[in-house]
Structure formats: structure tokens, C-alpha cells
Ligand binder design. Structure first.
Ligand code: NAD
Ligand code: UD1
Length: 323
């Protein structure tokens, strides 16, 4: 049985669908700080299957102990975390508390209950300024913001735990830029506040909830001057987690990039979205956003050879707006 932390959030909810559809029993813990309780019903409708949802915080050790006593959990899929880079610069302690301390409490409770398998949601942000592209897993990790530091701290803790306990298995997945939603349109990326990330912002403009897209900089060293990223369809991303689950039979600490291997600029993504949905996205070029990198994308070949996984969905499909 799987414990999925943050399982009602954007990526977690998509993962729970494919996990249920693959026959896994699932327990979700989520404190709803960036998600909604009604997402459970949507997941269950799509998957035609039930799972246990516990509203609570991963920093609550006694709650975790109760969960580990009550359910036969053998593996944890750890999505829970805060992810807004700008917010992490303003409130670093909140990020260390939630992301690092939260993971420590979770790992401690796991160890006390002899649970020795975990998949951890990390980010391409751990690499920092590209020293070469595409980033492979051996690229130096020098994050440039507190959010990135928290992800790297947890990676290091997992590595040390695996070093100390030879029966422990941890897979760290470094996501590039997840986009899109389940084809049902019932769930998707639905941030509680104004989106920080490009795709949910485009969606809000398309829906008329925001007046125009701010294009942050058109003077980067890219094809059209706008920032270039590796956008990966969320359903492909969660399939990577199923592959990681199987990989946990190998003990030790493992890291994989989950990306497509292809860079797309802001203007290219907007054009793909417009074509896919027959809409026009109002846009204005603004100054660069502080802290943004010019361009990066993944070398995903290790995941292909080791996990037998690769992203398969073309951009025009991941851009489809169903809701
Ligand atoms: P999200 O905010 O939609 O989901 C995270 C979920 O965790 C939310 O439902 C939130 O309520 C819950 N949560 C947060 N702190 C918690 C806590 N202390 N206890 C219990 N629940 C808690 O974010 P997401 O986009 O689904 O991201 C999932 C994970 O993937 C995060 O760890 C994030 O850092 C990482 N990640 C995301 C992206 C991305 O672009 N979305 C990229 C790289 C890495
Ligand atoms: C951000 C995070 C990164 C995280 C990633 C995925 C920063 C600095 N980094 O990266 O740590 O791993 O999200 O969650 O926030 N853009 C616009 N207008 C917008 C929003 C974005 O032009 O309204 C541009 C950005 O300048 C960038 C591209 O779109 O070139 C992608 O931005 P975003 O979706 O925020 O992702 P990242 O910057 O890659």
C-alpha cells in the first residue's frame, strides 16, 4: 500500500489516478494548504476506485505514526511541499520548515515503522545556472534560491539514509516543467492564488480570469528572445513515478531527470496553446523576472535506459484545455 503525501495537489492527484488504475491501494495525506478536498471525488470518479484521504500535515509525527500503524504502508510517494520560488526568497524559514523539516519527520516515522521505500519529488531547479546543456544528473547542483536549497537538502538526506541503511531504497525524480491536465478535464493545475508558472497563467488568460500574459523578457539568448524550458505533460510525468515504483526493488539512492529533452520558448508555448485550443492569448512583453534562468532542458536518457520511461505526449496534446 502506498502513502502519497500531497496527493490532492496538482501532480499528486494525477499520480493517484494512475496508481489506482494500476491496482495500488492508496492512502493520501494532504494538509490542503494548496489543494481542495473535493479533488478526492474527482480522482475517484476518473479512476473508478476509492482511496483513503487523511487531512493532515507531514510535520505531525503522531499522525504519521497512527497512519503507519493503521495501514500496511510499504512505500511513500512524497509530493507534499511548497513550491513557489519567489515566496521562498521572502519566507525561507517557511520553506525549510515545510519542505526539509517535514521530510525529516516523515523519514523518521518511516524508519520507526520499517518502511524503506520512497519516491521524492525534486526539481530541475537544483542544478542552478547551466554549466552545460542539456542538464544530465551529473551536472553540478548549485541552486540559486531557497526553494532549490530545500529540495537539495532533502536529496542529500535521502542519500545519507541510503548510505547508512543498505535496505533503504530512494528514487529522487527531478521534474522539469510539468504542464497540462488529465484528459477528463475534471482535475488540473488549480492554484489557490494568481499563478507563478507560465502554463496556469496562460490558462487563466484564456478563461478570461486574467487580462493578459506578461512575457518576462524577450532579450534572452534563445531563438525568439524569450525563456526556454522543457515542458513535460503531467500524465507522462506520473507514468515516470510508476516506473520509479518498480525501480525501488533496487536498494540505494537513485536520481532521474523527468523531462522531454526538448526546449520550448515562451512564445512557442503560447503559439502551441493558441493552436490547440483555437484561442488568442493577449500578451505584453515585460522586463525579465528576477531570478529567472535563460534556458534549460533535460537530458532524459538515464530514465529511458534505467526506468524504461520516456515522455511520449506531443506539446499540442499537453496544451489541450479541457475544463
Ligand atoms: P501542489 O502545491 O499542487 O501540491 C503539493 C500538495 O502538498 C498540495 O496539495 C499541498 O496542500 C500539500 N502540502 C504541502 N505541504 C504539506 C504538508 N506539510 N503536509 C501535508 N501536505 C502538504 O504542487 P505540485 O505542483 O503538485 O508539486 C508536487 C511536488 O513536486 C512538490 O514537492 C514540488 O516542489 C515538486 N515539483 C513541482 C514542480 C511543478 O512545476 N509543479 C516542479 C518541480 C518539482
Ligand atoms: C519555475 C521555478 C522553478 C520550478 C519550476 C517548475 C522560478 C524562478 N523557478 O521555473 O524552480 O522548478 O517553476 O515549477 O520561478 N514566464 C512568463 N510569464 C509568466 C510566467 C512565466 O513569461 O507569467 C516565463 C518565465 O520567465 C520562464 C518560463 O515562462 O522563461 C517558464 O516559467 P515558469 O513556468 O515560472 O517556470 P520556471 O521559470 O522554469
Amino acid at each position: 500500500m502506498l502513502l502519497v503525501t500531497g496527493g490532492l495537489g496538482y501532480i499528486g492527484s494525477h499520480f493517484v489516478i494512475v496508481a489506482l488504475q494500476s491496482g495500488y491501494d492508496v492512502v493520501v495525506i494532504d494538509n490542503l494548504s494548496n489543494s481542495h478536498a473535493h479533488t478526492q471525488q474527482h480522482i475517484e470518479t476518473i479512476a473508478q476506485s476509492h482511496f483513503q484521504f487523511i487531512e493532515g500535515d507531514i510535520r505531525n509525527k503522531s499522525l504519521l505514526e497512527r497512519i503507519f500503524k493503521q495501514y500496511q504502508i510499504d512505500t511513500v510517494i512524497h509530493f507534499a511541499g511548497l513550491k513557489a520560488v519567489a515566496e521562498s526568497v521572502v519566507s525561507p524559514m517557511r520553506y525549510y520548515d515545510n519542505n526539509v523539516y517535514g521530510s525529516l519527520v516523515l523519514l523518521e516515522a518511516m524508519q520507526e515503522h520499517c518502511i524503506q521505500k520512497i519516491v521524492f519529488s525534486s526539481s530541475a531547479t537544483v542544478y542552478g545556472e547551466p554549466q552545460y546543456l542539456p542538464y544530465d544528473e551529473k551536472h553540478p547542483t548549485i541552486p540559486i534560491n531557497p526553494y532549490g536549497h530545500t529540495k537539495l537538502h532533502v536529496e542529500n538526506v535521502l542519500q545519507d539514509v541510503c548510505q547508512a541503511d543498505k535496505d533503504f531504497a530512494a528514487v529522487t525524480l527531478r521534474y522539469f516543467n510539468p504542464i497540462g491536465a488529465h484528459p477528463s478535464g475534471l482535475i488540473g493545475e488549480n492554484p489557490k492564488d494568481i499563478p507563478n508558472n507560465l502554463m496556469p497563467y496562460i490558462v487563466k488568460v484564456a478563461q478570461g480570469n486574467l487580462p493578459y500574459l506578461q512575457v518576462f523578457g524577450d532579450d534572452y539568448d534563445t531563438r525568439d528572445g524569450t525563456g526556454e524550458r522543457d515542458y513535460i505533460y503531467v500524465m507522462d510525468l506520473v507514468q515516470g513515478h510508476l516506473a520509479a515504483l518498480s525501480y525501488l526493488n533496487k536498494k540505494g539512492f537513485h536520481i532521474f531527470n523527468l523531462g522531454t529533452g526538448t526546449g520550448t520558448t515562451v512564445l512557442e508555448l503560447v503559439a502551441a496553446f493558441e493552436a490547440a485550443n483555437s484561442v488568442t492569448i493577449n500578451q505584453r512583453v515585460m522586463p525579465r523576472r528576477e531570478g529567472d534562468l535563460s534556458k534549460f532542458w533535460a537530458n532524459p536518457s538515464l530514465a529511458k535506459t534505467e526506468l524504461n520511461w520516456q515522455a511520449v505526449t506531443p506539446l499540442h496534446v499537453s496544451c489541450l484545455l479541457n475544463s
